[in-house]
Design a protein around this ligand. Structure first.
Ligand SMILES: *[C@@H]1O[C@H](CO)[C@@H](O)[C@H](O)[C@H]1NC(C)=O
Ligand SMILES: *[C@@H]1O[C@H](CO)[C@@H](O)[C@H](O)[C@H]1NC(C)=O
Ligand SMILES: *[C@@H]1O[C@H](CO)[C@@H](O)[C@H](O)[C@H]1NC(C)=O
Length: 265
């Protein structure tokens, strides 16, 4: 008898294992920057959002690739953690190129006009998320990868009310103009062997954070190259870029804890 009871205790969770207790909804959404450029983002959030309470939100800024399935997956992962997640688009709807060089060219144009065009695109993602009726606007964070790391750090530098910003192998170059204090808490993840964003760039960034008197933390991953969170990037013909599953997992776990500390309490 005891054995039967014990056996059924184990069967209950097993039989419920296929039911998704944390369903999410996803959809593509159009939004515009202040110059009326049409952008296309991807929104993911828990199904019950809005009925019971407003939720904290996380904006995801894409790498040089433009918004891809990688970013959409990150949005779904964050939605599963309870956030309204928005994979933003800084390139423009349908603008991303099919090849690496085409996308480097688009990224180059935006970086060449960081203070007007790129700034508009970054702020439009912030404005869009802040305008969602089911978002707790006091608890918005952002994350970003490579070029998107620069975007998430710039959003923090703009002091618009962002609570936390996380950069994964981001471009760490300071925003031109001024070094105002920074309100958002910052977490940056850096590949120690990244030849694109070098350790010298990393030291400059840390100096910038000190100057801005920010609440920052900076993690370095031994042997990790550029783009270490991006599976398969080592096959794209970009020297110095490779997926590193250990650095990828560790940095994502650290982000989860950091965002929970800043946005969920
Ligand atoms: C950046 O873009 C704005 C708006 O299109 C333009 O007025 C400005 O001249 C550009 N700046 C540079 C450095 O290209
Ligand atoms: C510093 O730069 C930010 C971003 O461009 C801007 O919003 C802010 O007004 C500037 N502050 C000063 C004191 O110039
Ligand atoms: C990284 O995390 C994934 C998902 O949890 C797991 O399947 C994989 O084994 C992990 N890889 C490493 C190297 O830890």
């Amino acid at each position: 008898m005891q054995k039967i009871i014990l056996a059924s205790l184990f069967l209950i969770p097993l039989s419920l294992g296929t039911i998704d207790f944390n369903p999410i909804v996803t959809r593509l959404v159009e939004y515009r920057d202040s110059q009326n450029t049409v952008l296309e983002g991807y929104l993911a959030y828990p199904v019950i959002t809005g009925f019971f309470r407003k939720r904290p939100a996380v904006i995801i800024f894409h790498a040089f690739t433009g918004r891809t399935e990688f970013d959409n997956q990150k949005a779904r992962d964050l939605a599963k953690l309870g956030y309204v997640a928005f994979a933003a688009d800084t390139y423009g709807k349908g603008k991303a190129a099919p090849d690496v060089n085409g996308n480097f060219a688009i990224m180059g144009q935006l970086l060449g006009n960081r203070t007007t065009i790129l700034r508009n695109r970054i702020i439009s993602a912030w404005t869009y998320v802040k305008g969602l009726s089911f978002v707790d606007t006091n608890n918005i964070g952002s994350i970003g990868f490579c070029f998107g790391g620069l975007c998430t750090l710039d959003l923090a530098r703009f002091n618009v009310g962002l609570k936390a910003a996380v950069s994964f192998h981001g471009t760490l170059t300071d925003y031109p103009g001024n070094g105002t204090a920074i309100d958002a808490s910052i977490q940056a993840h850096h590949g120690d062997a990244d030849p694109h964003t070098t350790n010298e760039n990393a030291e400059d960034f840390i100096e910038e954070m000190r100057r801005r008197n920010g609440d920052w933390m900076f993690s370095r991953y031994a042997h990790a190259l550029h783009a270490f969170t991006l599976p398969g990037v080592e096959n794209w013909g970009i020297p110095g870029a490779a997926f590193d599953p250990i650095a990828s997992n560790r940095s994502w776990s650290a982000m989860e804890a950091f965002l929970a500390e800043k946005l969920l309490n």
